[in-house]
Design a binder for this molecule. Structure first.
Ligand code: PFF
Length: 456
């Protein structure tokens, strides 16, 4: 009864675009470069790519399996497949993760709106790096403006979720994605032709293996899950709207490739410029917001570039916030029998509260920390580095333990109509390699492995 009110995808391209829309977002263009900058550059990239291939892809295919097999929301899917068991906790973990991610993601999404406005109102050419940096920190640590933009972004997401996603987002994604690629590509060329660009490229592509630590590995794994939107049932929710003809394997492969390509392009766009302008690669969440205006300022019609870019970034963020909101709203709507509008309002109100506190943690709440992390950083850490990988691990264990291989294969091959050449490899990775590897990374980060080594 509720199904037809949720997102339905009109076409093959629509399926791909909506899923890519969820995956491609601030995670690729804002979070990936700053994580890479903080975690030693190319060594991080290497681990990230390995995680995408051997963890990300199998987990994504497995989420697609669960979603399309059950046609249910993230929590409902586990209830349907394993009624009366605790497996549904995986779904709850996902719903909570979606809610918490929205709480900090919408702050950064709000920043894109400020930058769209500034592109129109404040001339960029001839401004120095220092001016861009100090303007940014004055803005982000402020009280009213960043909060107002956060609220604005949550409101836009809310309106789209309530009024239906199909036409607007599907259509917008189809037009927007190719333009985003094009503009990223142009900015990459501008960045690599700046003086000292080679230092940035070396930072990005020449790994220093001594930089690989347990925390770098956990960060790279978390980034892979975050960027692909996996581990929290977002893709279970989306694939519950796929039809029987959707090729789950190729969709997973295409989404993974496009998402990784955008992250790589973002890296190539940011790091040569970072080194050329003398910005610290470890600057953290502000890295992209300080670096990019400097790149635009180097181009003729700086403000026009900036305007187009931040509109695209804002839209890329919007297709991701919609998918996050949808996970929580679909759950509240279906499991508590709230109307969809009421469910969405409840989610938005909660997110608003988290968003305001997250925004303030760049300003007046900066000094309030837990485990050395501000509220914003805490939400980011708990979701990306704990909840998503844990969710992914449990999803794999669940399907590995509870699902008959024949059913799995039938769903993934559309009842035998499309081949799955590497089914055995996939199933082996999903069942054994992914959960064990994720477990090892966790234990390593917790220091358990070092403890054991010392013991022997
Ligand atoms: N993948 C999105 C990004 O890279 O920006 C963020 C995200 C969306 C994470 C949806 C998780 C999710 F379920």
């Amino acid at each position: 009864m509720t199904e037809n009110k949720r997102v339905t995808f009109g076409s093959k391209l629509g399926v791909l675009m909506a899923t890519v829309g969820s995956a491609v977002g601030l995670g690729n263009i804002w979070r990936f470069p700053y994580m890479l900058g903080e975690n030693g550059g190319a060594a991080f990239l290497l681990i990230y790519l390995i995680c995408i291939l051997i963890l990300g892809l199998p987990v994504m295919i497995t989420e697609f399996f669960i979603g399309r097999h059950t046609h249910k929301n993230a929590a409902g899917a586990f209830k349907a497949m394993a009624p009366g068991t605790r497996w549904s906790l995986i779904g709850y973990n996902g719903v909570l993760a979606a809610f918490l991610i929205l709480g900090f993601y919408s702050v950064i999404a709000g920043w894109t709106l400020e930058y769209i406005l500034q592109s129109v109102t404040s001339p960029m050419a001839n401004k120095s790096v220092e001016v861009f940096a100090s303007e940014f920190s004055a803005f982000s640590s402020g009280l009213i403006r960043p909060i107002a933009w956060t609220i604005a972004f949550i409101t836009i997401t809310h309106i789209i979720i309530v009024s239906g996603v199909k036409n607007g987002i599907e259509r917008a994604s189809k037009i927007m994605m190719p333009i985003l690629f094009l503009i990223l590509f142009i900015l990459c060329i501008r960045s690599v032709t700046l003086p000292n660009a080679d230092k940035g490229l070396a930072f990005l592509f020449q790994p220093d293996f001594s930089k690989i630590t347990s925390s770098v590995t956990l960060s790279a794994m978390g980034q892979a899950f975050f960027s692909l939107s996996i581990g929290m049932g977002c893709l279970i929710t989306y694939s519950s709207y796929f039809n029987k003809k959707t090729n789950l394997q190729t969709t997973a492969l295409q989404v993974t490739l496009l998402d990784t390509l955008v992250a790589l392009l973002a890296g190539i766009m940011i790091f040569p410029a970072v080194f050329s302008f003398g910005i610290a690669p470890t600057a953290g969440p502000e890295l992209v917001f300080i670096t990019l205006p400097n790149v635009f300022a180097q181009l003729p019609m700086a403000n026009v570039w900036s305007f187009i870019f931040f509109i695209l970034l804002g839209l890329a963020a919007l297709t991701s916030t919609i998918s996050l909101h949808e996970v929580a709203t679909a759950y509240v709507h279906e499991e508590f029998q709230f109307s969809r509008a009421k469910a969405a309002l409840l989610v938005s109100t909660g997110v608003l509260i988290l968003g305001v506190i997250s925004s303030l943690s760049f300003g007046i709440f900066k000094g309030y920390t837990l485990f050395g992390l501000t509220f914003f950083d805490l939400l980011d850490y708990v979701t990306a580095k704990i909840m998503l990988p844990l969710g992914g691990m449990m999803i794999c264990i669940f399907v590995g333990m509870r699902v008959d291989k024949k059913i799995l294969k039938a769903e993934l091959t559309n009842e035998g109509t499309v081949p799955f050449y590497f089914f055995n490899t996939y199933s082996f990775f999903m069942k054994y390699i992914a959960p064990v590897l994720i477990g090892i990374v966790f234990l390593n980060e917790l220091g358990v492995i070092k403890g054991i080594q010392r013991f022997f």
